[in-house]
Design a protein. Structure first.
Length: 420
């Protein structure tokens, strides 16, 4: 099958030259630790004046200073290219990644995907689709980084529904026969990652063949081949940037322009080491007991109850040293996260001084919820086995429904490519 029909391409990858400390080069996804600025401050201390992807991204905890930071990001990208910090490696191929996590080895394949086949809007029938609702106001800062960027890094993890383990796993079985591009510990408790060049035409064709078979086996009028697991807002920003550029390009240039494509890592949802975790909610700037009472009034006005019985949706509310289990009956939402988010979306506009944040990790949420005027909502564990079927049938899940692992298990920025 023509790779263009599969929306996948090989890449011209750039990696740090020999001598660059990879342990400080790679940093975690920009949308992690948003309520823990101390994490990013510690990372900056570790990096110091060394080359690092930390200097090429906008951590979301610094969004308020974005206008000052983004020009510096663009300057640093150009500097790395001009100074020869980056070199072409595994060009014209793919990269197999092996990430060591507490749950085991997670295996992925770094590829380029065609943004023409991606649509994050609700009701989309594209082959590449968001799994969760896209928060439109989160796109502009990332789009501003993309505009004028000489380089692309990525924390996007894209899922395959491959129960036969036909796409990525055959390469993992022979990874020791592939040229090793990197193998090093990730900073700040991120485990370890190794990468291998997939340059043999037969290996690349094997990936295309397996993807083609997956595509041929799709059923229904909304076939879904790739589901965005992590990084949907960054991918949405890449799509928005491409749509900006496209009208000014000739048909010939549209076919091959670097901005048409996006760097992602493909992972199999059936990988045992890939563990789905809930993304919790933290509300700050409002009295917890008053928040619970407001939620109760909202629920009762819509025929729901927060004191349901067996089979109800369960959400554990934590504040200070207190815990309260809420059981929601008669919710129109299928998932507890959807029930809670619907209330918060309705309630927040009337409380402009209140902040909502999305938190990874039970312990992190409990610690943050000890602040005065803070309420944490611990959500139940999501089930990954039904993800593809649910998205095909019902569309995107409520935004920030699940996380693929804990915050320190997210994808680290590592490989790069030219955007210009």
């Amino acid at each position: 099958m023509d790779p263009r029909e599969l929306l996948v391409r090989t890449g011209e990858w750039l990696l740090p030259k020999d001598g660059v400390n990879l342990a400080t080069w790679a940093c975690v996804a920009c949308d992690q630790y948003t309520s823990q600025r101390e994490y990013w401050e510690k990372a900056a201390e570790l990096v110091g004046d060394k080359p690092s992807t930390l200097k090429l991204i906008l951590p979301e905890c610094y969004l308020e200073g974005a206008e000052e930071r983004i020009p510096k990001i663009h300057q640093e990208m150009k500097k790395y290219l001009e100074d020869g910090v980056l070199e072409g490696k595994a060009c014209g191929g793919l990269i197999l990644t092996v990430r060591t996590t507490p749950s085991g080895n997670r295996v992925g394949l770094v590829v380029l995907i065609d943004l023409e086949g991606y649509d994050y809007r609700p009701g989309s029938a594209s082959l590449i689709r968001a799994t969760e609702g896209t928060i439109l106001e989160r796109i502009p800062p990332r789009l501003a980084v993309r505009r004028g960027a000489a380089l692309e890094m990525s924390h996007v993890l894209m899922l395959l529904d491959d129960p036969e383990r036909s796409v990525v796993e055959p390469l993992y079985e022979k990874c020791r026969q592939l040229p090793c591009l990197y193998d090093f510990p990730l900073m700040m408790g991120g485990g370890r990652v190794a990468g291998y060049a997939v340059a043999n035409p037969q290996d690349i064709q094997g990936v295309y063949t397996a993807l083609g078979q997956l595509k041929a086996g799709l059923q229904g009028d909304k076939p879904l081949l790739y589901a965005v697991g992590d990084g949907n807002h960054s991918l949405a920003a890449a799509k928005a940037y491409w749509e900006e550029l496209k009208p000014g390009l000739s048909a010939e240039k549209q076919e091959c322009h670097p901005a048409r494509f996006a760097l992602v890592e493909l992972e199999n949802i059936h990988e045992e080491a890939l563990v789905f975790k809930p993304i919790h909610r933290l509300v700050t700037g409002y009295a917890p007991e008053a928040l619970l009472e407001d939620w109760r009034s909202y629920a009762e006005s819509r025929g729901m109850s927060l004191e349901g019985g067996k089979g109800s949706q369960e959400i554990l509310c934590v504040y200070g040293e207190m815990e309260k289990l809420v059981r929601v009956d008669h919710s129109p939402q299928m998932l507890a996260v959807g029930t809670l988010q619907a209330f918060l979306d309705n309630w927040l506009p009337d409380h402009p001084g209140v902040k909502l944040d999305y938190i990874h990790g039970d312990d992190t949420l409990r610690a943050l919820a000890r602040q005065e005027g803070a309420m944490g909502f611990l959500l139940p564990k999501p089930h990954k086995d039904s993800l593809f079927a649910t998205v095909r049938k019902e569309g995107v899940l409520p935004r920030k429904t699940f996380s693929m692992g804990e915050a320190n298990e997210k994808r680290y920025y590592l490989e790069t490519r030219r955007l210009v």
